[in-house]
Design a protein around this ligand. Structure first.
Ligand code: CTP
Length: 411
């Protein structure tokens, strides 16, 4: 499997304020570092009551900053140095009290001072609120949320669920993996902002009887990676997924289906409302002509049963033929002669773009090698002809798409 370093080269100031969710920040640092970021931890006094700077130093590999009076800084201006180096400040957890301080522009300890002193145009502030549900829903906190939005602060969460105090509701800090995904998405250029994408993914399952069916080895990973990359690029995404075991990418609207007919029913009525349709699903070409209501039994039968098959509709070709068709992108899963087969499908399905890949080398894998084919041209992704992580490839396909749709890059 190829490695992915989503945050390589990014320097993150991670602020911790007082709250039991500080224990999750240990995992957060680990994940940020694993994603390639350098992390400078800053802790308030209250945060140090919940987790020690020793832990955070060991995980980040850097001495934790805790005081605005730290004489080790040559210019004695920790708040300036910290915020000038950072690509972003992430405060996680952000307590109700700290949010109130941000609203007021207070600067009486290092973290709030650093937030206030940051150059706003190049050092964004993201916060992950964490507090009891009553504190979160209090009009004072909600007023502060509005002001923080207006000031350009980006709020990640909070989540809903069980709270450390034993209550249940809004106010849980987002899970560390989700925060890293959100931060990663934040840094992606918003090249598809305002675009509506419809994506199919995974295999379909065509029932023979209540316990058996015909399916294939598609894992859905490429389609799910495309959905995630599209959301990261600012698009609104609906993902129609066959039976797969994959978590829904954040911000994606997911519709689960089993069979090709169900996939068609989910796709066709809404396709025209979308700007782009990407068909990554490995739709079963045939389904049993009739469905046995009960399990087909072996008992007493001397010969194996035979099944009559009937052809499934071609969902991609049907979408491409709509009067108000979105821009259609197909995927061709082949086992040989990739270019030839891909181009033949492009013409047969009357679509402007098709992505060829080798079925056995993609199904179930985390990486892939693609051939981007249109009517006159073709190019390999990755360009060196090797393999790359499916999310990396998906991001490159979003760039390709934005170029073909003549969308102007905007961040
Ligand atoms: N596709 C579809 N509906 C189908 C079959 C395929 O929407 N019933 C879409 C796939 O999602 C993919 C493209 O068509 O984007 C090509 O799929 P593929 O299975 O490679 O091609 P087929 O049209 O099935 O042709 P063949 O089986 O001959 O390779």
């Amino acid at each position: 499997m190829s490695e992915r370093s989503d945050l390589l080269g990014k320097h993150i100031v991670l602020g911790l304020t007082g709250g039991i969710a500080c224990y999750k920040s240990a995992e957060l640092v680990r994940l940020l570092v694993k994603a390639g970021a350098t992390v400078q931890v800053v802790m308030t006094e209250a945060a140090q009551a919940f987790i020690t700077p020793v832990t955070m130093q060991a995980l980040s590999g850097r001495a934790v900053a805790t005081s605005q009076w730290d004489a080790r800084e040559p210019n004695n201006m920790a708040h300036i140095n910290l915020s000038r180096e950072a690509d972003a400040i992430l405060v996680a957890p952000a307590s109700a009290d700290f949010m109130a301080k941000l609203v007021l522009g207070r600067a009486d300890e290092l973290l709030s001072l650093t937030c206030l002193a940051r150059p706003r145009e190049r050092c964004p502030l993201l916060i992950a609120p964490a507090m009891n549900r009553e504190m979160w829903s209090h009009p004072a906190t909600q007023r502060n949320v509005q002001t923080l939005h207006a000031d350009g602060t980006i709020l990640l969460g909070p989540d809903s669920g069980d709270q450390a105090c034993g209550e249940t509701g809004d106010g849980r800090m987002n899970e560390p993996a989700d925060l890293v995904a959100d931060l990663t998405a934040f840094f992606q250029p918003k090249i598809l902002r305002g675009q509506r994408l419809l994506i199919t993914a995974g295999p379909t399952f065509e029932s023979i009887d209540p316990v058996r069916g015909i399916t294939n080895h598609s894992s859905g990973k490429m389609g799910f990676a495309l959905a995630r990359a599209a959301v990261e690029a600012g698009a609104e995404v609906t993902l129609v997924a066959g039976p797969v075991h994959l978590p829904t990418p954040r911000g994606v609207r997911r519709i689960d289906v089993m069979s090709a007919l169900q996939m068609q029913d989910a796709v066709l009525p809404v396709a025209s409302e979308h700007d782009v349709f990407i068909a990554t699903a490995a739709v079963a070409d045939w389904r049993p002509a009739s469905l046995s209501q009960h399990k087909i039994k072996k008992e007493g039968k001397k010969v194996a049963p035979t099944f009559e098959l009937t052809e499934n509709p071609d969902i991609l070709a049907a979408v491409a033929a709509l009067p108000k068709a979105p821009y259609c992108v197909g995927f061709a899963a082949e086992s040989e002669n990739l270019l030839e087969h891909a181009r033949a499908k492009l013409l047969r399905k009357r679509i402007p773009l098709i992505i060829g890949n080798l079925g056995p080398a993609t199904f179930g894998h985390d990486d892939n090698a693609l051939l981007v084919v249109d009517a006159t041209d073709q190019r390999q992704l990755p360009e060196d002809g090797g393999r790359a992580d499916k999310l990396v490839l998906a991001r490159e396909l979003m760039v390709e798409l934005a170029r073909r749709l003549n969308l102007h890059p905007a961040n």
